[in-house]
Design a protein around this ligand. Structure first.
Ligand SMILES: [Zn+2]
Ligand SMILES: [Zn+2]
Length: 135
């Protein structure tokens, strides 16, 4: 059975479908991913075989490549949310895990580029947790 997942951006204008399996699921702590997400790490699913179909809002999908590098990302021009990116001249796609609707159903394979992680990104499992917003 071919796995089909759907996803969307924060404002809902960009929606997409990913058909097929993922080859890897990586939490990347490099400085570019930290800038690009505004957080401790990116969470990207990678697939060479899966097929990406834009269902709506394709005109809002904007891509940015860091000059002189292979680092690229796509996002919704309206809300800035990360969306899937076609990389390597179409050789593979990266799908931000948080852009998928519903459960991902996979565990990350690895933290990568840990050597450049943020100074506050350590022992996060020991930070006090709350079910909702701080009161
Ligand atoms: Zn959007
Ligand atoms: Zn990275």
């Amino acid at each position: 059975m071919m796995l089909v997942r759907t996803g969307s951006c924060l404002c809902g204008s960009v929606t997409f479908r990913v058909e097929g399996d993922f080859d890897g699921f990586f939490l990347c702590h490099c400085s570019r991913c930290r800038k690009g997400t505004g957080s401790a790490h990116a969470a990207n699913l990678i697939s060479a075989a899966a097929e990406l179909t834009w269902l709506s809002g394709r005109e809002n999908v904007t891509s940015y490549k860091v000059e002189g590098t292979r680092h690229a990302r796509s996002f919704c021009a309206r809300c800035g949310a990360p969306v899937p990116d076609v990389q390597g001249d179409g050789a593979w796609i990266t799908v931000p895990a948080g852009s998928l609707d519903g459960d991902v159903g996979l565990r990350p394979d690895a933290h990568i580029c840990l050597a450049s992680r943020a100074d506050w990104d350590e022992g996060l499992e020991w930070v006090p947790g709350m079910g909702g917003l701080p009161g």
